[in-house]
Design a protein around this ligand. Sequence first.
Ligand code: ZN
Ligand code: ZN
Length: 646
Amino acid sequence: MIKVTLPDGSVREFSQGVTPMDVAKNISEGFARNVISANYNNTTIETSTPLTTDGTLTLYTWNDKEGKKAFWHSTSHVMAQTLEEMFPGIKLTLGPAIDNGFYYDVDFGDNKITDADFKKIEDRVLEISREKHEFKMRAVTKAEALDKYKDNEYKTELISNLEDGTITFCDHATFTDLCRGGHIPNTGIIKAVKIMSIAGAYWRGDEKNKQLTRVYGTSFPKQKDLTDYLELLEEAKRRDHRKLGKELDLFHFSQRVGQGLPLWLPKGAALRDRLEQFLKKAQKKAGYEQVVTPHIGQKELYVTSGHYAKYGADSFQPITTPAEGEEFLLKPMNCPHHCEIYNSRPWSYKDLPKRYAEFGTVYRYEQSGELHGLTRVRGFTQDDAHIFCMPDQLDAEFKNVIDLVLYVFGSLGFENFTAQVSVRDLNNPDKYIGSIENWEKAENAIISAAKDKGLNYVIEAGEAAFYGPKLDFMVKDALGRSWQLGTIQVDYNLPERFELSYKGADDKLHRPVMIHRAPFGSMERFIAILLEHTAGNFPLWLMPEQAIILSLSEKYEKYAKKVLDLLEIHEIRALIDNRNETIGKKIREAEMQKMPFMLIVGEEEEKNGTISVRRNGQEGKGNITVTIEEFAKIVNEEISKTLKQF
Ligand SMILES: [Zn+2]
Ligand SMILES: [Zn+2]
């Protein structure tokens, strides 16, 4: 008999040779029908692999990341089989599962694959899948493996690097592939497949090697899942922040200025400014003080902080001056500057905590291939702050920061989020700096703050940085994609390196603890995420313009101007479209610009001192005719729904 431990900690006994699928059936037949892959003692195995020793078993379904991985990896075998059938003589190389699907890198030789082949490939993959072939693992000797692939230099290279006795093949139907394992029980559960695209890819990612063709695909256990996925992709394309940023005139990239260096256009700059003012106001209430620091710093500053040793080689290189011996770095982070602000005078325990905030622009070198719209740039502005406090104040400070982060999320319409607490790996104590006592204090402070604030959080052991534990927020956007936003990080390292101190009640000098935090992360990335989350329909309080006055003809220009002045008194941001165009065209264009309110003025409105109001996105509801005062009330009510007082 062997003992099999399940993830809930329960232990069941089985005779030796029991398979994961047998165990699944032992749990429940219904559950077993959904099980598609398995892991035993931290090794991926087949659901049909006999278990011969005691161990811990995890069974996965489609709903698990590991289950999807097995599903997509298995589909890549079937696709490889199909490609071999359709293009005889091709050489297969590697075909792993990736996020949202799989690919296979293929040397097509004299064959050529085009988009026109995709449908045929999909049909054949499904045809094979319907035959319900099982995936069977088989151990082979190195000699056997090399023999099978004697005409395939890629697989030969892979096999040469493997230890004899560890090499396995996977068979299904008439197809065999070199493979480590981790498949679904049989091909029958692959019900929908889509070949997504083809692209060039160098063998082993090295551009000195031969260029192969990467065939991307995805597959699902239900046709509807595929349809939903493709719709999601379409919606993501429509919401792409690079596209919306152009359409809404928010930002621009100029090759002449340089790659990865966004230029904020007036509307985008106004949006940024509004976000900054919003956060500054809340931070002021939370006891932060604004500071300003330069965009460059002496190289020595970053040698002291340790950043130069760690990132120097992969960063923008030092700037030299006409005077000899001077070297400066573009600021890659604000922390060292803030440490020196702290060091500008002595502190007593009564002065702490000190909270320094800065919208600090930093520069980090990214390879041009890594740049992506506003989410990966070379210059960006962090909504940064550093809190210097006593270890006993960590708990309260963490709660304050969580309050602020939740306020930011709530005001911007992010309702779906989780948190992750990253703590030490207790088996690896040498990895971390700072005293054990302080680490315990900090970790407990974070966990109790997360608990107290009712966060939905998980604790990840071993995920802490060497210099301190942290709390990260993961936000789900309107398309269900996860983004990491808002990090709160404890740091024992920089206070040490910058010799920060305060005088305690005991009249002795002590080291403060430092907290780094940035609710938005960076203005650039945050605005990109916000654009994709809202499709450009930002919360009303944040909109660069909240209303547009559309005059029915030039005759009402004067009245339109009067309406604009009245709106201004009510602090509603508006503009006038006085062009000699049809009202239908003006409305359509205003909608394209995501203008929240369209205010139509004509003869009736002028006579009665009213406006005809149309809310973007609510076409069905028709227009309402109201006075300016009534309209101001509508606007304020909508704003107060999202934007609360901090
Ligand atoms: Zn495989
Ligand atoms: Zn920092």
